[in-house]
Structure formats: structure tokens, C-alpha cells
Ligand binder design. Structure first.
Ligand SMILES: Nc1ncnc2c1ncn2[C@@H]1O[C@H](COP(=O)(O)OP(=O)(O)O)[C@@H](O)[C@H]1O
Ligand SMILES: [Mg+2]
Length: 265
């Protein structure tokens, strides 16, 4: 049995949405993250912070098997979604990635109309049975992403013609159109201006009522504004996890303290 190394603080929650145990990732045999033990709660925003290269993106991409697409990448340990092993032999990654959606650093709408960007997932997963029902899903998703009023009169125009912030909200609408349980966000505001960033942060707070959200951010202010729990990574190790307010006011690990007080990063 491999040792189970736990981070300082509270990595586990009651009735978790996802559980990660002894997760490790290798790129071409070289360890990138190791012994990651943490839960993702229901209706929580979990922020992941830490210096560049510490493994935040690597860990995030384990949660919906995006690392499967990286040649030379190997994932070990166990990750469960509602008790199901997402790396199990019988798991189809296409529906898995609908249940665990992802929003990337750079907004990446498809080169399609605004409508078709949002309708894409429901169409490929066969989630609606009529055009009217699909219209409804598209409208609801755009409303929940806070974009409907801005685009309702130009749904047939290309998604790529929107501003950066609108494009990122379109990508969020696309993710929520298939009713995921978890949404992963990798520095979703790093390409946006402060006003667009504020809109996305507001949206994240609202989305928490329905989804679990795991967000990687290099902006500590953002972690403290949007998340309920924060996880601190350092050189591939998960060092500390706890209530966001506690992490930022009373970090228990020396490395967490050094990071949040700006001694490195
Ligand atoms: N596709 C890849 N191939 C090889 N090494 C990688 C790859 N992606 C990330 N790494 C390495 O894994 C480590 C963690 O990187 P990453 O998860 O991107 O960190 P972060 O998101 O915290 O900046 C780094 O040492 C990085 O160089
Ligand atoms: Mg990253």
C-alpha cells in the first residue's frame, strides 16, 4: 500500500461530489503532481492556487480526463464522481465530459453561430426531442450565463464576433447547456479586462447554486472573492486545503503563508 499523504487543513467534505485519492500524474515518466487527496463538494466553488508550474492545470485536467489527450501523460490514483470511478474501463469520456464541463483560459467558441455554439452539446448528446425544446435549452443556458439580453437579437451571428468577455460567457453557456454536475475553469478571466472579469465572477457565484465549480486562478483576490474553499499547490504537492477565509487570514502551512503574503509566486 502506498502511503496516503494528506494536506494540512480540511481536504474532505461531507457528501462530496467528487473524491480524489492519491492522484499522481506523470509526463513521459516525470512526476508532475503526486499524492493529491481532496474532495469537491456540492454547490461549492473550490479554488486552486499556487505558483506557476505547481500542477494546478494538470490536476484540473485529471478531473474530466482531459489528460487522456496528452501523449506521454499517465494518471494514477482514484477519482470518483458521485461514487463512479471516472477512469473505469466502461466509462465513455464523451458523456463524462458533458457531466464535468470545462472552460479554458482563452475563450474558445466554435466557428459557428452563437445559437449553434450552445446547441452543440444538447444535439450531440441527444438531449432534446424538438426544435422548440432546443430553442428553450439555448435560451435558458444563455440566460444563466448572463448573456441572453446581449445576444438574443443576433443568435445566428458567429460566436467569434463577440467581445472576449461575451465569448467566455458563451463558453460557459455551452458548458451548462448539457446540465453538467461539475464545471472546471482554468484561469477563465486571465484574458479579460476588469469589467468582463467582474461579470464572470458574479456569474460563478450564481452558478454555484446549481453546480460544483473548480477554478484555477493565479489571482488570489479572485480566489478570495469567488470561492468557499481554497487549495494551495506547491511544486506538484497539495499542501493545504481549507475554508477560503481561513486560508487567507490564518494559513497553517508556511508555504501557503509565504505565497499569500507575496513572498514568491
Ligand atoms: N503537456 C506537458 N508535457 C510535459 N510536461 C508538462 C505538460 N504540461 C505540464 N507539464 C509540466 O507539469 C508541471 C505542472 O504544470 P501545470 O499543471 O501546467 O502547472 P500550473 O497550471 O500550476 O502552472 C510543470 O512542471 C510543467 O512543465
Ligand atoms: Mg495552468
Amino acid at each position: 500500500m502506498e502511503e496516503q499523504r494528506l494536506p494540512v487543513g480540511q481536504p474532505f467534505v461531507e457528501s462530496p461530489r467528487m473524491t480524489c485519492r492519491n492522484v499522481g500524474v506523470y509526463y513521459d515518466g516525470k512526476s508532475a503532481i503526486r499524492h493529491v487527496n481532496i474532495d469537491v463538494g456540492r454547490n461549492e466553488v473550490l479554488a486552486m492556487i499556487g505558483p506557476s508550474g505547481c500542477g494546478k492545470t494538470t490536476f484540473l485536467r485529471c478531473l474530466n480526463r482531459m489528460n487522456d489527450t496528452v501523449a506521454g501523460c499517465r494518471v494514477e490514483g482514484s477519482i470518483l464522481l458521485d461514487g463512479m470511478d471516472i477512469y473505469g474501463k466502461s466509462v465513455d469520456v464523451v458523456p463524462l465530459r458533458a457531466r464535468i464541463g470545462m472552460v479554458f483560459q482563452k475563450p474558445n467558441p466554435f466557428p459557428k453561430s452563437i445559437y449553434d455554439n450552445v446547441a452543440y452539446g444538447p444535439r450531440i448528446h441527444g438531449l432534446t426531442t424538438s426544435a422548440a425544446e432546443l430553442d428553450e435549452v439555448v435560451e435558458n443556458s444563455l440566460r444563466r450565463a448572463g448573456l441572453w439580453e446581449e445576444v438574443k437579437d443576433r443568435l445566428q451571428q458567429p460566436g467569434t464576433g463577440l467581445s472576449g468577455g461575451q465569448q467566455q460567457r458563451l463558453c460557459i453557456a455551452r458548458a451548462i447547456a448539457v446540465s453538467p454536475e461539475v464545471i472546471l475553469m482554468d484561469e477563465p478571466c486571465s484574458a479579460l479586462d476588469p469589467i468582463a472579469t467582474a461579470k464572470i465572477e458574479e456569474l460563478i457565484a450564481e452558478l454555484r447554486e446549481q453546480f460544483s465549480i473548480v477554478i484555477v486562478t493565479h489571482a488570489m483576490q479572485q480566489a478570495s472573492r469567488v470561492s468557499q474553499r481554497t487549495a494551495y499547490f506547491h511544486l506538484g504537492d497539495l499542501m493545504e486545503v481549507g475554508a477560503t477565509t481561513r486560508i487567507f487570514t490564518n494559513p497553517r502551512h508556511k508555504l501557503t503563508e509565504d505565497y499569500i503574503t507575496g513572498r514568491f509566486g
